[in-house]
Write a protein that binds this ligand. Structure first.
Ligand code: PMP
Length: 434
């Protein structure tokens, strides 16, 4: 219908309409309890069942092997920037102690970061703030001039005069606690088309999948820790999913001037208590479980695909989502490429995100290298684009405040029809100017 609004915001993002409707139906009386879900005890059987169900759904959707634990935490992605530092330093500290190697000092254990955009950059800054021995093994910014791609793994090196950080023969006690990267940089629109190949299998891979979890299949067994804030592809803000390999929970008490892991950030405490150490964000977990129900429901997935789409009727979950996401992203990139005024920011085509698509707007002829953009004119055109889009129900298309421009976020819950409406608008807008 014409009054339908499309939310292209990067997060909080769209939640599937059927999920919102079901939540509304169940709002006052959850599961015949006579209470709303928010009023139930988090220790009640009703909530515990929901907690377990939500975990199992995620395990099914992502094919999470049994040696991985799933926890629901609070504090969003930013809290995980710190949590991974504490937990994995405590784990590596324990490993070093067992092997009788390393000084035992927190500050001596290296942690390796791949920086491909503003979120991995912020994670790096947090690790430094906590006093960790941060080594940036790859920085895409100098490589591309700005965050516009992912440098080939062969270029990932070190400022360390000893040579490559990514060799298997780390000096005793110098094995990094982890290698960190962000799978999809929400602000910059850069997404990994590969999983980094660890040269040293003793180094766990830590990945921020906040903005692309459940958008495509992923081989969980390659990772030590995966985390994701819910407010893009999972549900409402307030819950953060953490998937952690069981052996990484073996930590020893930190002594010798080292900080302990704060309890609320401690993966081991959360696992031991099945995420119910303290009062969890019950409503956010509940809505997440409805989103998982929606993903796993073949009828709901057919509806999301729309009547036009001749998809495989048996597809559900991530397999249904990835097919749709690829179609949506491909047609939007194509429309941007064909447009006379839209310029895709990410130049490394293999690394173009299927979730967040930033672009800029300019009247200068696209294919003329000597054309000189008129910034004032282009800024006015960009403002008009965002405003006119909004009037047509295409909401939140302004880019992140740190980079400006335009950004279309097209997560799982954005139907293909929403992308079609945006593409039609881009064509219509162009006619006013050219
Ligand atoms: N990582 C990524 C990839 C993100 O997109 C975001 C938020 N947009 C964050 C981390 C930070 O998440 P939060 O706002 O939940 O702290």
């Amino acid at each position: 219908s014409t009054d339908r609004k499309w939310n292209f915001g990067a997060g909080p993002a769209m939640i599937p309409r059927p999920v919102l409707e079901r939540a509304q139906q169940e709002f006052l009386n959850y599961n015949n309890s006579g209470l709303s879900l928010m009023e139930l005890s988090h220790r009640s059987n009703t909530f515990e069942d929901l907690n377990n169900k939500t975990q199992n759904q995620l395990r099914q959707l992502l094919k999470i092997p049994s040696q991985y634990k799933i926890i629901f935490m609070q504090g969003g992605g930013h809290t995980q920037f710190a949590a991974v530092v504490y937990n994995l330093l405590a784990w590596r500290h324990h490993q070093n102690k067992q092997q009788g190697s390393g000084s035992g000092r927190w500050q001596d254990i290296p942690v390796d970061y791949v920086v491909t955009g503003s979120w991995s950059s912020k994670a790096t800054e947090e690790a430094k703030r906590l006093g960790a021995n941060v080594r940036v093994v790859c920085d895409a910014k100098p490589h591309f001039g700005s965050y516009k791609g992912i440098p080939a793994e062969s270029t990932w090196t070190t400022s360390d005069p000893q040579g490559s950080l990514r060799t298997a023969d780390h000096q005793a006690g110098q094995t990094p606690a982890y290698l960190y990267y962000c799978d999809n940089e929400t602000v910059n629109g850069v997404e990994f088309p590969f999983i980094p190949s660890l040269q040293d299998p003793a180094v766990p891979l830590v990945c921020d999948m906040s903005s692309n979890i459940l958008s495509r299949p992923v081989d969980i067994s390659k990772f030590g820790v995966i985390y994701a804030g819910a407010q893009k592809n999972i549900g409402p803000a307030g819950v953060t999913v953490v998937i952690v390999r069981e052996d990484l929970l073996q930590t020893s008490e930190l002594t010798d001037g080292l900080s302990p892991v704060p309890l609320m950030l401690d993966f081991k405490t959360m696992v031991k208590n099945n995420s119910l150490y303290n009062t969890p964000p019950m409503f956010a977990i509940y809505i997440s479980s409805l989103v998982f129900d929606w993903l796993l429901d073949p009828v709901a997935q057919r509806v999301q695909d729309g009547p036009q789409q001749p998809t495989n009727k048996d597809l559900v979950g991530v397999e249904a989502a990835v097919a749709r996401n690829e179609r949506k992203a491909a047609k939007l990139y194509k429309a941007l490429e064909e447009s006379r005024f839209c310029r895709i920011i990410v130049t490394d085509t293999a690394a173009r995100s299927k979730m967040n698509i930033p672009f800029s707007i300019s009247k200068a002829p696209k294919n003329d290298p000597n054309a000189f953009p008129n910034k004032a004119e282009d800024d006015a055109m960009e403002a008009a684009f965002v405003a006119q889009a909004e009037a047509k129900g295409l909401l939140q298309l302004a880019g992140h405040r740190s980079v400006g421009g335009v950004r279309a976020s097209i997560y799982n819950a954005m139907p293909e029809e929403g992308v079609d409406v945006l593409i039609a608008f881009i064509k219509e807008f162009e006619q006013q100017y050219f």
